[in-house]
Design a protein around this ligand. Structure first.
Ligand code: GDP
Length: 365
């Protein structure tokens, strides 16, 4: 899963990205390496893995991971090819979801590109670029489809859809809020890969003082919350500067630091959880020799496809899954005890995998 961090210049994107990648670098076990400085891998915090690691006497723990891409340089006029605008928009097209950083902090030392702090205006500026870019895609597609539509009913139907989405975007709305019950239309809509159809999380970047009440007394944050509620987006309040400081600390120091601020978890942990939630993702777990590991799947995934995350052979040769829920395993103390109590279930190919399932797959090779 890949998330793109966007926002106007000087809102705190790089600060947030740097703290993310620093925090993410901790997990030496994650079998993933990247040399692109704009891409960082962050592991998904999951206390269950450590508990399982102790139970199975293994130190090799592989958490689930999310990739973050720092997409700097999105400015007014980007869709018109200003600066490297089009390149940035192309980068956004490749991500699964967008983290839109919005500046809600005052600091006279840090220039705002448009003079003053106004989160809604900033959101609109960025959204407009995304809308323009989507309109360009639609127009190209309309031109192509128009020719075919003269003597092709299917193309005519698609053309009609394209015109409707276009009108929706011209109304300054995001493709996200365009809905259709028609299956053909849903498939076409998905195939356009529109930027404004992607899920969005707003990261309201505030000062340290605004953290304790989660931004409730910051008018800018409130405005972002109202906007996000209308557009069905998530919001999380963060202080990028503090995150950067937290990322430098070890676990024990970090705990004390957060307690001092009256917080239970860091903004990054909140962000990672929010992204997971937004994208409808859950983790199932594997435990034993040689490792304890979390695997990311979409909610609703059935056992064979979940197995396919480990290896395509597991999916192809799937026979059954031996499943015990994390809570049942904890209640029993050992896998053997859970089995004795009948809590280790044998599930077939229609089983929908649940978050926290600990699974052993049986398969033919
Ligand atoms: P970007 O252009 O969006 O990547 O912004 P940067 O991350 O480079 O941040 C721009 C400036 O704002 C830097 O000097 C940061 O130190 C500062 N900054 C970032 N986050 C915060 C914050 O939460 N509070 C304050 N006061 N300054 C911040």
């Amino acid at each position: 899963m890949k998330l793109g961090i966007v926002g106007l210049p000087n809102v705190g994107k790089s600060t947030l990205f740097n703290s993310l990648t620093k925090a993410g670098a901790e997990s030496a076990n994650y079998p993933f390496c990247t040399i692109d400085p704009n891409v960082g891998v962050v592991t998904v915090p999951d206390k269950r893995l450590d508990v399982l690691g102790e139970m199975y006497h293994t130190k090799k723990i592989v958490p689930a991971a999310i990739e973050f891409v720092d997409i700097a340089g999105l400015v007014k006029g980007a869709s018109k090819g200003e600066g490297l605008g089009n390149q940035f928009l192309a980068n956004i097209r490749e991500v699964d979801a967008i983290v839109h950083v919005v500046r809600c902090f005052e600091d006279s030392n840090i220039v705002h590109v448009d003079g003053n702090i106004d989160p809604l205006r900033d959101i609109e500026t960025i959204n407009l670029e995304l809308v323009f870019s989507d309109l360009e895609i639609l127009e190209r597609r309309i031109a192509k489809t128009t020719k075919v539509a003269r003597n092709d009913k299917v193309a005519a139907k698609e053309l009609e859809l394209l015109e409707r989405i276009k009108a929706h975007l011209e109304d300054n709305k995001m493709a996200k809020s365009f809905t259709t019950d028609d299956e053909d239309e849903q498939e076409w809509l998905g195939s356009y890969n529109l930027l404004t159809a992607k899920p969005v999380i707003f990261a309201a970047n505030v000062t340290e003082d605004d953290l304790a009440d989660d931004g409730a007394s910051n008018a800018g944050v409130q405005a972002v919350r109202e906007y996000a509620a209308q557009e069905d987006c998530e919001v999380f309040v963060v202080c990028a500067q503090i995150e950067q400081e937290i990322a430098e600390l070890d676990d024990e120091e970090k705990k004390m630091f957060l307690e001092d601020l009256g917080l239970e978890e860091s903004g990054l942990e909140k962000l990672i959880k929010a992204s997971y939630h937004l994208l409808g993702l859950i983790s199932y777990l594997t435990a034993g020799e040689p490792e304890v590991r979390a695997w990311t799947i979409t909610r609703g995934t059935k056992a064979p496809q979940a197995a396919g995350k480990i290896h395509t052979d597991f999916e192809r040769g799937f026979i059954r899954a031996e499943v015990v829920s994390y809570d049942d395993l904890m209640a029993c103390g050992t896998h053997a005890a859970a089995k004795e109590k009948g809590l280790v279930r044998l599930e077939g190919k229609d089983y929908v995998v649940q978050d926290g399932d600990i699974i052993l797959f049986r398969f033919n090779v």
